[in-house]
Write a protein that binds this ligand. Structure first.
Ligand SMILES: [Cu+2]
Length: 122
């Protein structure tokens, strides 16, 4: 084998090896499942269950409900939960379009946030 070919192979395996290492960024909390689902039409009372790909810090994670009239309210988190889950309960919602805004602190120290739009049916 030519030395240059050997060098190319070594470089290839280095890159392939690096690709297998978990990157720190992979620990960002990303939603893997949500109840309500995006754009779901739900009843006036519903359980909320947002699951992430990593453990999250409940002390520095929060849920906010954005109402159809543009107002917002914090949603109290259920204390009894899995380490990768935010759980809550919404009650007595009037019909209309809502957004559930989540913000979580993952174990890698990074905060991620997002919105889940949903509607309460007539
Ligand atoms: Cu991160």
């Amino acid at each position: 084998m030519q030395p240059s070919s050997l060098r190319r192979r070594a470089v290839f395996f280095l890159i392939a090896g690096a690709a297998l290492l978990p990157l720190p960024a992979a620990a960002h909390a990303i939603i893997v499942s949500s109840d309500p689902a995006v754009d779901a039409v739900v009843r006036p009372s519903l359980p909320v269950m947002l699951r992430f790909n990593s453990r999250i810090d409940p002390e520095r994670s929060r849920l906010t409900l954005l109402r159809p009239d543009g107002s917002s309210q914090p949603v109290p988190l259920a204390p009894d939960r899995r380490p990768d889950t935010l759980a809550a309960k919404l009650d007595g919602l009037a019909p209309g379009r809502y957004r559930l805004r989540w913000q979580v602190l993952a174990i890698d120290g990074h905060i991620t946030r997002g919105d889940i739009p949903f509607a309460v049916g007539e």
